[in-house]
Design a protein around this ligand. Structure first.
Ligand code: SF4
Length: 476
């Protein structure tokens, strides 16, 4: 029997975040705090982690594959020192999972060294890469982020801020960026603010993080979001803000609220757990169901299930339990035993569901295979009826902004009707939250389209230009 280590179906049947970034300026324990910050952002990327620290004169760095603890095994953190640091956690699909693609990237520019950590994905990376290659640039990685590094390195400005601005004026797509020079920390967010990036402070020292949950871990106080089109520079003179474009329109990824971000994070001032509860409450209004018990697929759907239970008055129960000690990848004997993979991740609680009409809340259906197995698991545990409600609209289009969606053909909602999906997963009924219901539940007041959210994977209306080869820019 041949064995291979592969991504389990449970993860393949979810959208996966591709990165998280953390940075701190002027703190005596900058590398250690960055390590803790990355730990808090681990859910945003589990395939590699890296930190670059600056002593003010030189960079010290370490990158490794795996979880933060694995990447920094064997006391690797002890080799880092300096008062400024940036870090990165990364997720990729198997093909791009190489140390050479791990971040932060370090490269030389006119005045010295620059380190770069990127969350998001560029939609015109291939075009720029081909152009630069024709002019003699040689790329070391397959990552779209390296395109930004080359553009900065080729720029002739004296001030690094001006070189970065010039590079940012040429790239399109999603980018929450942290740059580190020997004595400056610079944060920049794309004109749509597609990915989150927050500013905080520990004492007199500024920190940036993809999510505010990392601020809580390192004892930082939240100050504000980095704004779309804004560049924040922190150096020995303190903090100041510049715009690299005035043409901005917020389109923050709605999936950050639905699934990606940690429940204790606040994104743009809106708490993720509370939002998920509201999504569950909206589901009651759109799909009232007579049932005995509400359960959620752990962990990300529990908040929505609690919201559904609160609004409907039907009790919430732990009908499904997650085995926390199964890693993201594990040895699977063969295709036929893949169903076993879901059973290793999740178990139904027979005493809770036996003889009951169960409403099972999940945050999304991507390919549908896992949902079918969970419905089956609940039936095997004696559930009389299984109704599936999804706290997001059907995902029908790929994401080009740093989320690993399957191709359109693999997205079940792109090829099947809701009734066909219901039949495929074997549920008694199936409902997806409407786009309007979702936007309403998040509750952001913004004059931008969709109240300032990206909803492209649901509607196909992308907030940026999409180029004929954009799909190939997605970093795999
Ligand atoms: S397409 Fe979907 S997953 Fe991608 S940024 Fe937009 S809302 Fe988020």
């Amino acid at each position: 029997m041949s064995y291979e280590v592969m991504h389990d179906d449970f993860m393949l049947d979810k959208l996966n975040e591709e990165c998280g970034v953390f940075g701190i300026y002027g703190h005596a324990h900058a590398p250690d705090l960055t390590y803790y910050g990355l730990h808090a952002l681990q859910h945003r990327g589990q395939e590699s982690a890296g930190i670059v620290a600056s002593t003010g004169e030189q960079f010290l760095s370490h990158k490794g594959m795996g979880l933060v603890t694995e990447a920094f095994a064997n006391n690797a953190l002890e080799k880092l020192s300096g008062k400024h640091a940036i870090g990165h956690v990364r997720y990729t699909t198997a093909g791009g999972s190489q140390l050479v693609n791990a971040q932060p990237l370090i490269f030389k520019y006119k005045a010295g060294n620059l380190a770069l950590a990127h969350n998001g994905n560029l939609v015109n990376a291939n075009q720029i890469r081909s152009h630069l290659e024709r002019q003699g640039s040689i790329f070391q990685t397959t990552s779209d982020t390296e395109v930004i590094a080359h553009l900065i390195a080729r720029s002739g400005y004296d001030r690094i801020e001006d070189s970065i601005k010039e590079a940012l004026s040429m790239i399109k797509g999603a980018y929450a960026l942290l740059f580190l020079t020997e004595n400056k920390l610079i944060a920049a967010l794309d004109p749509n603010g597609l990915r989150p990036l927050s500013l905080g402070k520990i004492g007199d020292n500024y920190v940036f993080s993809s999510e505010t949950c990392a601020f809580d871990v390192v004892g930082a106080e939240y100050i504000r979001e980095v704004e779309p089109g804004e560049m924040i520079i922190v150096d020995e003179d303190g903090l100041h803000s510049e715009r690299f474009t005035q043409q901005t329109q917020r389109s923050i990824c709605s999936f950050e609220y639905i699934y990606f971000a940690r429940p204790d994070s606040n994104i743009d001032g809106i708490n993720v757990h509370q939002t998920r509860k509201e999504l569950g409450k909206k589901l009651v209004r759109e799909f009232p169901i007579e049932a005995d018990v509400i359960t959620g697929v752990p962990d990300s759907s529990i908040s929505a299930a609690i919201g559904y239970a609160e609004e409907s008055g039907i009790p919430y129960e732990l009908g499904l339990i997650k085995n926390r000690y199964v890693g993201r990848t594990f040895i699977q004997p063969n295709q036929e035993l893949r169903a076993q993979g879901v059973r290793m991740k999740l178990s139904a609680v027979r005493k809770v569901v036996e003889g009951k009409r169960v409403v099972m809340i999940d945050d999304s259906i991507v390919r549908g295979t896992t949902s079918g197995r969970i419905v089956n698991m609940l039936r095997e545990a004696g559930a009389k009826e299984v109704h599936v409600l999804i706290s997001s609209p059907p995902v029908m289009n790929p994401c080009f902004y740093g989320i690993d969606t399957s191709t359109r053909e693999e997205l079940i909602a792109a090829t099947k009707t809701v009734e066909e999906i219901r039949e495929f997963i074997g549920a008694d009924s199936l409902g997806f939250l409407s786009v309007e219901g979702m936007i309403d539940a998040i509750g952001r007041e913004d004059h931008a389209p969709n109240n300032g959210h990206c909803v492209a994977c649901f509607t196909g209306q992308y907030p940026t230009e999409i180029y004929p080869d954009t799909a190939n820019c997605v970093d795999k």
